[in-house]
Write a protein that binds this ligand. Structure first.
Ligand code: PBG
Length: 333
């Protein structure tokens, strides 16, 4: 085995052409999913203060945004709904004319080739802000399941291409698969938020989606951040119930979990670069403390290098633009 001075690892870093030749990981626009917030109402386009550049749109204001996303060749969007009315059981989540169902129809009529993934959860629709039905101050797993399967089915009926349960109830993938299959939607895949942690990085999202729990927190259903082996059990459970794609969330503080899941399973793997990760980058860049393009592309590359096939990110539109002009490293020698 060669040693210094024969061995010089810097030889392959001398020029951009050499670096590009041996580059192990590349992010492609085709890997990205753009999350969008749709709000009930008309004529609404509101920027989310903690997520500069990200807006809540009412369904009638979606066309310009959809045209931009499709024009950038981003393959998929993920929809979150903010309804007008919330109640104890989140009943507006599964209405045929609910806000997400309307948004799906708008998007599919404009850009049929753009994949529409829907977040299936009740937290934006319940008055208490929890992801399930509350019985005696606790989130009731089994009473929540039928509402989740109804919601997922209503999304498929409205034209969703993929449904993505994010509630972390046990058994949700199974009941959603059954509901889809019984209604001739056996071709609709399930992307499960399999290893979703109870993370402080969701803060800005809860402002955006108006989904902050009104009492307590989500730690009795979302995973405890210190646990990595448990993530493999969560993923195993969801795959055994019929998940087609699995997700680890958040991404950046959990790159080790992405790596472990990648090593243990052959299922397509998604990672969610969440709202708090976006907000941190935006805030530092606004101060002039970081270079946004370089930081974002480095971050997305790291998530891919850790093992993710698919990256859900609020940076998707900017990244798509930058990837058209750069290969991730535009610096000369
Ligand atoms: C709904 C849901 C959340 C996110 C995605 N789906 C919030 C939560 O669990 O509190 C977070 C996304 C983000 O922070 O970007 N349950």
């Amino acid at each position: 085995m060669a040693k210094y001075p024969q061995l010089r690892l810097r030889r392959l870093r001398r020029t951009e052409a050499l670096r590009a030749l041996i580059r192990e990981t590349r992010v492609d626009v085709g890997d990205l999913v753009y999350p969008m917030f749709v709000i009930e109402g008309k004529g609404i386009k509101q920027e989310i203060s903690s997520m500069p550049g990200i807006f809540r749109h009412s369904p009638d204001r979606l066309p310009a945004e959809v045209e931009e996303v499709a024009g950038l060749k981003i393959p998929a969007v993920l929809l979150f709904g903010i309804p007008q009315d919330k109640d104890e059981t989140g009943s507006s989540a599964c209405k045929p004319d609910g806000v997400v169902q309307k948004a799906i129809r708008v998007i599919k009529s404009m850009a049929p080739e753009l994949l529409v993934i829907t977040d299936v959860c009740l937290c934006e629709y319940t008055s208490h802000g929890h992801c399930g039905i509350v019985t005696n101050a606790a989130v009731d797993n089994d009473r929540t399941l039928p509402l989740l399967s109804k919601t997922a089915l209503s999304h498929a009926e409205a034209g969703a291409d993929i449904v993505a349960p994010s509630d972390m109830m046990d058994g949700r993938v199974k009941v959603i698969r059954e509901a889809l299959d019984e209604n001739s939607y056996e071709h609709i895949p399930i992307l499960s938020y399999a290893a979703k942690y109870a993370s402080a990085f969701y803060g800005p999202f809860r402002e955006a989606a108006e989904s902050t729990p009104q009492f307590g927190d989500r730690r009795s259903y979302q995973m405890d951040p210190p646990n990595a082996r448990e993530a493999l059990r969560e993923v195993e459970q969801d795959i055994s119930e019929g998940a087609d794609i699995i997700m680890v969330k958040p991404a950046l503080a959990y790159l080790d979990v992405i790596g472990k899941v990648r090593d243990a399973f052959n299922c397509p793997l998604a990672a969610y670069n969440v709202s708090g990760e976006y907000a941190m980058v935006k805030a530092a860049c606004r101060q002039g403390w970081l270079d946004e393009q370089q930081v974002v592309l480095e971050t997305l590359t790291a998530i891919k290098r850790a093992g993710a096939d698919i990256i859900l990110t609020y940076h998707a539109k900017d990244a798509a633009r930058w990837l058209q002009t750069a290969s991730g490293d535009t610096r000369e020698t």
